[in-house]
Design a protein around this ligand. Structure first.
Ligand SMILES: [Cu+2]
Length: 422
C-alpha cells in the first residue's frame, strides 16, 4: 500500500517453465513464471502497477476487460509509447468493476509465448451464496517442435496444452472438502477455444468476463466453451466425494505431443520422422532407395492422390510387434516399464487380444495411455496424495482432477501442504 494505492510490481522476462517433468520450455512470462501471478484487488481500489520490461524487445501491458482511462489501456503505438527493453512504465487506475479479468501484452506473438496473468477484482458487496474455494485456471497452448525448447508462435497446431502452465499429469488437482461450494474461474489466451468439462456435477455458469451475472441468468451445464480472450466463472456444490475429471474435451487437448508434426507415434518406419536428423528429414539417401520401406516418401505426407504408399497419415493396422517397436523408440519412454506392459505396483496392463493387429485402426489408445505412460513419482505433490497407482498415465494436456474428499483425507492433504510450505 502507498497512500491508499495498492501497488504491484510486474516484470516481463524470459522464464524457464517446467511444463511437465522432463520438458522445460523457454517461455516469456511475468515474475518468473508463465502464466504470471494473479493480481487480486477489491472493487473501489486504486491500483498502481510498476511494470518493468526485461524482455529483449518492446512491449506494453493491456488490462483485458477493465474500464479505465484510455492512456492506461496499454496498447503500444496507440494509447502509449512502446515500453522499451530495460524501461519501466507505471500504470495507475481505479477499479470500479468486479469479476474475472486478465492482463497480457497487446503484442500478438508475445501473447503466444506465455505472457498472460489473471486479474481478479473482488466485489464490494460479497457474492452470495459464498464459495468455500475459489480457483483460477489460465489456459495456454504451445507448439514446441522436435528438439526445441521454444514454442513456435507461428504454428496453428499445438502439442502442449496447459492449465496454469502445466500439462497433465503435472497439473495440480483442485482439492475440495465434501459439501463445499466451489468456484472455478477460467481464462483463455491462445489460438483455440476450449470446451471445459467437469464430471459428476452440473455447474452454474455464473460469470462471463465481467461482473457475476444475476442468478436468473446463470446457465446450468457440465461443459462451458471458453473462447479465446474470454473468461468464464463456474460454481457448483461438491456434494459427492470422488476423483472427478476436469478437462478440455477436445481429444487432442487431453493428450501430450498430439500433433502431426511431432513424434512418430504409431507411424514409425514410414515417412519423415519428427526429430530426425537434417539428412534423414531432407530425404538424403544413406541406405536403400527412394521408395524403400523405411524411406518413402521422404516428405511423409501431402504428395498427392497418387502417393498412396507414402501417405502414412492414418493409424494402423500395424502389427503388434511393429507397434511395440515404435513405442520402444519413442524418446522419453521408460522402456523397462514397457517390456511387461506396465510395471507400476498395484496396476497391471491387461494383455491385448492376439488378433488385435488384424483389426483396422488398431492401435489407437492401446499404447498411448496407461501404466507405461505413468509418472506418479515425478509429478507427486500433496494434492496427488492417495490417488490410485498409475493414475498419471491417464491424465494429459489440459486435464486435472477435482478431488472431492471426506474430511480426514482432505485434512491430510492440507497438512502435507503446510509441511511443504515450511
Ligand atoms: Cu482445448
Amino acid at each position: 500500500m502507498d497512500n491508499g494505492v495498492k501497488v504491484f510490481h510486474l516484470i516481463a522476462e524470459p522464464v524457464k517453465q517446467v511444463v511437465i517433468p522432463g520438458r522445460t520450455f523457454d517461455l516469456w512470462g511475468f515474475n518468473g513464471s508463465a502464466p504470471g501471478p494473479t493480481i487480486q484487488a477489491n472493487e473501489g481500489d486504486r491500483v498502481r502497477i510498476l511494470f518493468d520490461n526485461h524482455l529483449p524487445e518492446p512491449t506494453g501491458i493491456h488490462w483485458h476487460g477493465l474500464e479505465l482511462p484510455n492512456d492506461m489501456d496499454g496498447v503500444p503505438g496507440i494509447t502509449q509509447k512502446l515500453v522499451m527493453p530495460g524501461e519501466r512504465f507505471v500504470y495507475e487506475f481505479p477499479l470500479h468493476q468486479n469479476g474475472t479479468f486478465f492482463y497480457h501484452p497487446h503484442m500478438a506473438m508475445q501473447e503466444m509465448v506465455g505472457l498472460l496473468g489473471g486479474f481478479i477484482i473482488h466485489p464490494k458487496t460479497p457474492y452470495t451464496p459464498r464459495v468455500d474455494k475459489d480457483f483460477l485456471i489460465a489456459l495456454q497452448e504451445y507448439a514446441v517442435l522436435p528438439n526445441r525448447t521454444m514454442p513456435n508462435s507461428m504454428n496453428m497446431e499445438f502439442n502442449w496444452l496447459t492449465f496454469n502452465g502445466k500439462a497433465g499429469p503435472a497439473t495440480t488437482p483442485l482439492v475440495v472438502k465434501h459439501g463445499e461450494r466451489v468456484r472455478i474461474r477460467i481464462i483463455n489466451l491462445g489460438m483455440d477455444h476450449h470446451p471445459i468439462h467437469l464430471h459428476g456435477f452440473t455447474f452454474w455458469v455464473t460469470g462471463h468476463e465481467g461482473a457475476r451475472e444475476a442468478e436468473t441468468m446463470w446457465l446450468r451445464g457440465n461443459t462451458t466453451l471458453v473462447g479465446v480472450a474470454q473468461a468464464r466463472d463456474i460454481e457448483f456444490i461438491a456434494d459427492r466425494t470422488g476423483e472427478w475429471m476436469f478437462h478440455c474435451h477436445l481429444p487432442h487437448h487431453m493428450m501430450n505431443q498430439m500433433s502431426s508434426n511431432v513424434g512418430p507415434m504409431t507411424r514409425l518406419g514410414q515417412g519423415m520422422q519428427g526429430g530426425a536428423s537434417m539428412e534423414a528429414a531432407m530425404g538424403m539417401l544413406r541406405d536403400g532407395n527412394a521408395t524403400s520401406e523405411n524411406k518413402a516418401p521422404s516428405l511423409g505426407r501431402g504428395l498427392g492422390v497418387g502417393s498412396t504408399t507414402g501417405t502414412a497419415t492414418a493409424n494402423g493396422p500395424l502389427s503388434q510387434s511393429a507397434a511395440d517397436k515404435a513405442m520402444a523408440n519413442m524418446p522419453g519412454m521408460d522402456h523397462s516399464k514397457m517390456a511387461d506392459h506396465g510395471n507400476i505396483p498395484g496396476m497391471n496392463m491387461p494383455a491385448l487380444p492376439k488378433n488385435a493387429d488384424q483389426v483396422p485402426l488398431f492401435p489407437q489408445d492401446a499404447y498411448m495411455e496407461g501404466p507405461m505412460m505413468a509418472m506418479d513419482k515425478e509429478v507427486e505433490k500433496p494434492e496427488t496424495y492417495g490417488l490410485p497407482a498409475g493414475w498419471s498415465g491417464f491424465i494429459g494436456g489440459m486435464m486435472t482432477l477435482v478431488r472431492v474428499l471426506p474430511p480426514e483425507q482432505y485434512d491430510k492433504i492440507m497438512e502435507l501442504k503446510r509441511g511443504n510450505a515450511k
